[in-house]
Design a protein around this ligand. Structure first.
Ligand SMILES: [Zn+2]
Length: 383
């Protein structure tokens, strides 16, 4: 009784703070004393961003995969590595909607909310801009790709604003009306060829159609095979690696640079079902995709690669015998990895950020100002 009363008060306090902080950022007041100047984060070498999100991927997902497959991971080769605290505004344990919103807009929201403030879920007064919109407004090319449905919580957070993650029609309408160049993922049976065409997208459903896309085109993919369980490419449906390679190829076309969000969604799904074999395969698939992004960045020299997760799923623990096991079928409050290549401005090695600080720092690295992405940058906490 006492603890539930305390948690109600905590939630009321969190809501009150959210309202104060949201209005604070709108009007540029209530700046915290440890705010750093955004100009300190600018990295003029960086033109492109590849932001990879392993849904549900905690530190122990990597350890379990390496141990059970007896392999090393590209994710272990990043020199700049820290962690992210994943809570939402309302809950210590976030869902992918609030987690995605923190990573896309720099604002924490309630579980279920997609790119909206808690005090205005229907966007009647305002909503926090996401980093994809910000980059598109600047003339950068943008892409959002996933192995989930295109309207899944993570891709939706980077391309839409909706009161609830289940508002598939709202999310799809926002995506269709957006300036994003590439939106690819599994079909949700709501996004139609007609709507895509009306909004200037080529509508594609197969690997061959994806590979035939040319630079300068905009495309909306509704792949029909089940990307959740797909391990190998076939002629109809691409893998995450194939989507990522083609997306980079299409986006790397302007002097303004590009922003690409890539979600590996299988890790979360297979962690909910505590399916060791499929989960570790999903981590491997995500790692191969990261390898591809990293190779591109190393050649290109102007690309920032950031890898993180929206939350941990399955509460994987290290056992006394040295093995790793799932201890839950739900999300946990564990911190998740933040891995960076290309700029030391996103996180200091060994430090812990709040999830919402990650997109703010990415935006500031790209030279966006506080007026354009008006949120505070906090000093790193000690690991
Ligand atoms: Zn989940």
């Amino acid at each position: 009784m006492v603890s539930s009363l305390a948690s109600v008060w905590q939630e009321i306090a969190a809501l009150f703070m959210s309202i104060i902080m949201s209005f604070g950022s709108l009007f540029g007041v209530f700046a915290p004393s440890d705010t750093k100047n955004p100009e300190n984060f600018v990295d003029s070498e960086i033109k492109n961003v590849i932001f990879l999100i392993g849904d549900g991927m905690g530190f122990n997902h990597l350890e379990k995969t390496k141990q059970e497959h007896n392999i090393s991971l590209t994710m272990d080769t990043f020199d700049i590595r820290g962690a992210s605290m994943t809570r939402s505004l309302t809950n210590a344990v976030t869902d992918s909607a609030a987690g995605g919103t923190a990573l896309s807009t720099g604002e924490r929201t309630y579980n279920g909310g997609i790119g909206v403030y808690m005090f205005d879920p229907l966007c009647e007064f305002s909503y926090p801009k996401n980093i994809t919109e910000l980059c598109a407004e600047r003339g950068m090319m943008t892409g959002v790709i996933t192995t989930d449905e295109t309207s899944g919580a993570t891709p939706a957070s980077f391309s839409a604003h909706a009161a609830d993650r289940g508002d598939t029609m709202d999310i799809t309408n926002d995506q269709m009306a957006s300036d994003i160049d590439i939106i690819w993922g599994l079909t949700n049976d709501v996004a139609t060829k007609r709507a895509a065409k009306e909004n200037g997208f080529e509508f594609i459903t197969t690997y061959d159609q994806m590979m035939a896309l040319e630079e300068g085109s905009r495309s909306f993919a509704q792949f029909t095979n089940n990307l959740w369980t797909l391990e190998q490419s076939d002629e109809n449906t691409p893998t995450l690696e194939q989507m990522t390679a083609k997306a980079i190829d299409l986006l790397d076309d302007t002097d303004e640079g590009f922003f690409l969000m890539v979600e590996g969604a299988h890790i979360d799904k297979h962690s909910h079902s505590n399916d060791d074999a499929s989960m570790t395969e999903a981590v491997e698939e995500f790692d191969r995709t990261i390898q591809l992004a990293l190779e591109y960045a190393k050649n290109d020299g102007e690309t920032l690669v950031v890898v993180t997760a929206d939350h941990e799923t399955g509460a994987i623990v290290l056992n006394a015998d040295g093995t790793y096991s799932f201890t839950s079928g739900s999300h946990s409050d564990a911190n998740v990895p933040v891995l960076v290549y290309g700029s030391s401005k996103v996180i200091n090695a060994g430090k812990i950020l709040n999830n919402y600080e990650i997109p703010i720092r990415i935006a500031y690295v790209l030279g966006f100002t506080e007026e354009q992405f008006p949120y505070e940058v906090m000093v790193d906490s000690a690991a």
